[in-house]
Design a protein around this ligand. Structure first.
Ligand SMILES: NC(=O)c1ccc[n+]([C@@H]2O[C@H](COP(=O)([O-])OP(=O)(O)OC[C@H]3O[C@@H](n4cnc5c(N)ncnc54)[C@H](OP(=O)(O)O)[C@@H]3O)[C@@H](O)[C@H]2O)c1
Length: 250
């Protein structure tokens, strides 16, 4: 299976390139990055970076940015896509839906299997403890641009689904910042080289439950995306959930 990597020079993308090169069942169709890297003659694992659309991939694995993905989509129409890029704009989501009309697509904010479980547990706990205050804390490296993380956004949705509602509140500041009953607090911590940590807290006056996932190495995202890619090529056109692509149902 020939894999093109979009965002090949990035923190995650270069790990995907390395994993593809190391896998006997995969071949690197192309390493795609932005115009500046192409113009500078950048290489990843010794492979020259090319503009998007170059090469004949069986599947595209993307870890880039909202703008990069939106711009690249028309260059590989009809090709299956696994995208891990987070915080996609409405316009890009429409673009993905259009792409999915002609090819199978998985878009997921976190390819860690443990996060699939965390979402499930957060939903279950929210339903089981409806009167507890729910707060989500995510910690990431200082270079992360978007906030909150896509995974935190998914966790808000999981809590909401478990409870049948609840508004997200992003941070608290000021003299009148008391907690509003029912809200779901979301807090983004940035610093150092933290790969990614997500904690969902359920608090009441006398007890507290904490559900936490800690990612220790980005290679897990690359491997997770390639596990999905190997399965997705056999799927019909359409948008598929991570759970469905992993054969977990849903
Ligand atoms: N789903 C998951 O499991 C997961 C895990 C971790 C991260 N992420 C997400 O994955 C995305 C990338 O994260 P990262 O930390 O790897 O980012 P990063 O290090 O900033 O890398 C971004 C990549 O996008 C490329 N790019 C930028 N503009 C481009 C354009 N116009 N055309 C083609 N490529 C372009 C960059 O290439 P040049 O700048 O070299 O041109 C670079 O290779 C983020 O949205 C992040 O939140 C998802």
């Amino acid at each position: 299976m020939r894999v093109a990597v979009l965002g090949a020079t990035g923190r995650v993308g270069r790990l995907v390139v390395a994993e593809v090169l190391a896998a006997s069942d995969l071949e690197l169709a192309a390493a795609w990055a932005g115009p500046a890297s192409v113009a500078a003659g950048a290489q990843v694992c010794g492979v020259p970076v090319t503009p998007t659309g170059v090469g004949r991939p069986d599947i595209v694995v993307d870890f880039s940015s909202d703008a990069a993905l939106a711009a690249a989509l028309p260059t590989f129409a009809g090709v299956p896509l696994v995208t891990g890029t987070t915080r996609l704009s409405e316009a890009t989501q429409h673009g993905l839906a259009a792409h999915a009309a002609g090819a199978p697509v998985v878009s997921a904010s976190n390819f860690a299997l443990g996060v699939v479980l965390l979402r499930h547990l957060a939903r279950t706990a929210a339903a089981f403890l409806p009167s507890f205050d729910a707060e989500i804390v995510e910690v990431h490296h200082s270079g992360k641009r978007d906030a909150p993380s896509g995974t935190a956004v998914d966790l808000v949705a999981a809590v909401r689904a478990g409870r049948g509602g609840g508004e997200a509140r992003h941070g608290r500041y000021g003299a009148d910042a008391a907690r509003v009953p029912g809200e779901i607090g979301v807090h983004a911590v940035r610093g150092g080289g933290v790969v990614g940590e997500h904690t969902v807290l359920f608090l009441d006056a006398f007890e507290r439950v904490e559900l936490r996932h800690v990612a220790t190495d980005r290679v897990m995202f690359a491997r997770g995306a390639l596990t999905v890619a190997r399965r997705l090529v056999a799927f019909p056109s359409g948008s598929h959930s991570l759970e469905a692509a992993l054969g977990l149902g849903g």
